[in-house]
Design a protein around this ligand. Structure first.
Ligand code: FAD
Length: 462
């Protein structure tokens, strides 16, 4: 009998297993696929490796501005693929070693519940006092665009750049995954069009910054069609003919493509788990709801990561894993943190906390500070002056409510804002903190100063 079994070794599962082992529990982790889950094998890590490779190509072109002229770069896509795999392998084998070194028993196979404390793994019975479900998510489907591995691809197939760069790529879905692949393939030479059903890419994100991002992406040659619904496609001799129409209805249009990437979101993975045997409920969208301790409706059975609720992000899964493991070990752990989000486009986009619109919807009187990257010395030295930092605070208390960054390094810079929100900092705290010069982090400080009409490097309009 184990103290705890974790189903799945993605970022949520392996964090939970290691923390539980650190706390002295006897732990097993069951994995049906590859250790490291979606994030390490076919998600966060391989995409970032390819984004880096593709961005290097673009930066080489920009170096001519300061007198470094490279010969026309040669693209060896097979080598790029091998490099991506090397990065993935290093990290996944690192996770396997960490599980082992912490005394977590790795059980290979597909787990299904036989009861609230009992699992069956490929015919073998395993018993545990507590169980954590960390089975993750898979791509959502769209009628008329069933992935077939040839014409309509998911993010998993798109990672295989060595299969070739399509002449024309049509991306259905202007969310994070769609935009990251659009960036990779546009830089590698594809003519990319992104079709998004809602009225902006990155639905729900700050529209002011999203507009700037859309402008940058268009300059990079990525065509964006918002408020547009993909209806269906047909294969013809020259490639694919994709029919789209205005989301509100209206005249249809046909777009030519060589491949289609379906990136319309992800859905939780629970099929085959036999949750009924444990009495665990799912909601109408298939997610496994939990309380603040990540415990499901069945005491002692937890759910973490993509399987439990949006946002579907690795760092959310990781922290939820720690909470579930600590609670299972008898500690008073709860999840109530801010969850930052990052998009690794060029420029990057990252945010934490409320958008201006969300704050206003809640009836809060907001104060907004902005700082454009065109006024940042560091951004200029990096040849990356497109973007803006936007800081939202409560106009009365000065309490920070949200920070949104479009610009280089946004995915790293947002951590300062996340800490500020966790510490209940005010815009004044951010403005008074000494930031090193010249850095991109100064832009956060200047945006906070601008909120009070006191930024130095721009004219403050109130
Ligand atoms: P997963 O990583 O999905 O792992 C679940 C594991 O459970 C899998 O290994 C699976 O084999 C196993 N499993 C499932 N069912 C069973 C069963 N019955 N028995 C045994 N094992 C089972 N997030 C970010 O934060 N940053 C990013 O940059 C980012 N980039 C992404 C890029 C792409 C292309 C994709 C697809 C996703 C990206 N994500 C990113 C999202 C991130 O990958 C997920 O949020 C994260 O992997 C969720 O972790 P998890 O532990 O919940 O589950």
């Amino acid at each position: 009998m184990y103290d705890l079994i974790v189903i799945g070794t993605g970022p949520g599962g392996y964090h939970a297993a290691i923390r539980a082992a650190q706390l002295g529990l006897k732990v097993a982790a069951v994995e049906a696929g590859a250790v490291g889950g979606v994030c390490l094998n076919i998600g966060c890590i391989p995409t970032k490796a390819l984004l880096h490779a593709a961005e290097t190509l673009e930066m080489a072109g920009k170096a001519a501005e300061f007198g470094l002229v490279y010969a026309e770069p040669e693209r060896d896509l097979a080598k790029m693929g091998r490099w991506r795999d090397k990065v993935v392998k290093k990290l996944t084998s690192g996770v396997a070693s960490l599980l082992k070194a912490n005394g977590v028993e790795l059980v290979r196979g597909f787990a299904r519940f036989a009861g609230p404390h009992e699992l069956e793994v490929d015919g073998k019975k395993l018993e545990a006092k507590k169980i954590i479900i960390a089975t993750g998510s898979k791509p959502a489907t769209l009628a008329g665009f069933e992935p077939d591995g040839e014409n309509v691809l998911t993010s998993t197939e798109m990672l295989r750049v060595e299969s070739g760069i399509p002449e024309r790529l049509l991306v259905i879905g202007g969310g994070v995954i769609g935009l990251e692949f659009a960036s990779i393939y546009a830089r590698l030479g594809a003519a990319v069009t992104v079709v998004e059903y809602t009225d902006q890419i990155l639905p729900g994100s700050d529209p002011e910054l999203v507009k700037l991002l859309a402008r940058s992406l268009k300059k990079q040659g990525i065509a964006i069609k918002t408020s547009t619904r993909a209806v269906g496609y047909e294969k013809v001799k020259e490639g694919l003919r994709v029919t789209v129409e205005p989301a509100a209805g209206g005249e249809q249009e046909v777009l030519e493509a060589s491949k289609i990437l379906l990136a319309v979101g992800r859905v939780p993975v629970t099929e085959g788990l036999n949750l009924e045997a444990a009495g665990v409920r799912t909601d109408e969208r298939g997610f496994v709801p939990t309380n603040q301790h990540m415990e499901t409706n069945v005491p002692g059975v937890y759910a973490i990561g993509d399987v439990t609720r949006p946002p579907l992000l690795a760092h959310k899964a990781m922290k939820e894993g720690l909470v579930a493991a600590e609670h299972a070990a008898g500690k008073p752990a709860e999840f109530d943190q801010q969850i930052p989000a990052a998009v690794y486009t060029h420029p990057e986009f990252a945010s934490v906390g409320m958008t201006e619109a969300e704050a206003r919807e809640r009836g809060i009187e907001v104060a907004v500070g902005r700082f454009p990257l065109s006024a940042s010395g560091r951004a200029l030295t990096l040849q990356q002056t497109e973007g803006m930092v936007k800081v939202i605070a409560d106009a009365e208390s000065d309490l920070l409510l949200g920070v949104h960054i479009l610009g280089p390094g946004a995915s790293d810079l947002i951590a300062e804002a996340a800490l500020a929100l966790e510490m209940a900092a005010t815009a004044t705290d951010l403005a008074l903190t000494v930031h090193p010069h010249p850095t991109l982090s100064e832009n956060l400080m200047e945006a906070a100063e601008n909120l009070h009409g006191e930024a130095i490097h721009i004219l403050n309009r109130r």
